[in-house]
Write a new protein. Structure first.
Length: 284
């Protein structure tokens, strides 16, 4: 038997060059998994602010990588004033110009049952008005998205995240894991239990499918394994942070179960679902 001693460092104990390396790595691996939720929340606020009611199937798309065709758009059926407006996606991009609009009266018949025909001038007026509001909403959400990404990728925010999660490092900047060097048995029961909870209801299932969709669209088409690994880390981190206890015997029991979960297997299953669906989604 032999004993090997290694030095483990807190972030502030690393050399400046290694600190920069760590910050850049965290920035490169940041896929902002909750960005879509933040932007959808802002979309709902702006729709309400502009007195636009969602009638059915409001879907939301975005691409925010400072590339050609990037932006934000949302589609669905909406009620605005006395009109029913259908917004449909077109083309290969996600921005306010990548949709078309269809207008009709919300109540298309008068009291006698006769169809009300919209005049050209009225159609043009409502089209100009609504498309202007739509453009403004999309631009505001796009700006918010870039602001969130910039904030999360800032050096200050990354350092706060490192400190909050108690990360420790080797002298070369690689993250030290407390269970490193131990044989970890990914338990069938523990993995199936997490999968069952993820798929326990539509809200939970859609939550994780949306995150998986973002990973696949932004990364997975080029490198599925990278997308799967990052999604696995996101799922693992989420469940560790949701643990109801942080100390004592019950915390040890919970942590022992979490160590056995096959996070990569769960992530791979979600990515495979999105890969099959991707042909039915508007292309990025």
């Amino acid at each position: 038997m032999r004993t090997v001693e290694i030095n483990i460092y807190k972030f502030e104990e690393l050399s400046n060059a290694v600190k920069e390396k760590v910050v850049n790595r965290f920035r490169d691996n940041n896929d902002t998994p909750f960005l879509k939720d933040d932007l959808e929340e802002e979309l709902n606020r702006l729709l309400k602010e502009n007195n636009i009611e969602v009638i059915n199937n409001c879907d939301f798309y975005y691409s925010l990588s400072h590339s050609q065709g990037d932006g934000v758009c949302f589609v669905g059926q909406f009620k605005y004033k006395k009109y029913r407006i259908a917004v449909n996606h077109k083309g290969h991009y996600y921005h306010y110009k990548s949709v078309n609009f269809e207008y009709e009266y919300y109540e298309p018949y008068d009291k006698e049952g006769n169809e009300i025909v919209m005049t050209y001038d009225e159609h043009k007026a409502i089209s100009d008005e609504f498309s202007s509001i739509y453009k403004d909403i999309c631009r505001k959400i796009e700006k918010l998205g870039y602001d969130i990404i910039e904030t999360e990728n800032s050096e200050e925010h990354i350092k706060e995240d490192i400190k909050a999660n108690g990360y420790e490092f080797y002298d070369n900047g690689d993250i030290y894991h407390q269970d490193e060097g131990k044989e970890v048995n990914h338990g069938y029961y523990e993995t199936r239990m997490v999968e069952s909870w993820i798929n326990s209801d539509d809200v939970s299932q859609n939550f994780w499918l949306n995150i998986a969709r973002n990973h696949y669209i932004n990364i997975g088409k080029k490198n599925k394994e990278v997308a799967t690994n990052r999604l696995a880390e996101t799922i693992k981190k989420f469940h560790e942070e949701e643990s109801p206890v942080t100390a004592g015997v019950y915390a040890d029991i919970i942590n022992d179960g979490l160590v056995k979960v096959g996070w990569h297997k769960i992530a791979e299953s979600l990515i495979d679902v999105i890969k099959e669906e991707c042909g039915q989604l508007p292309p990025p």
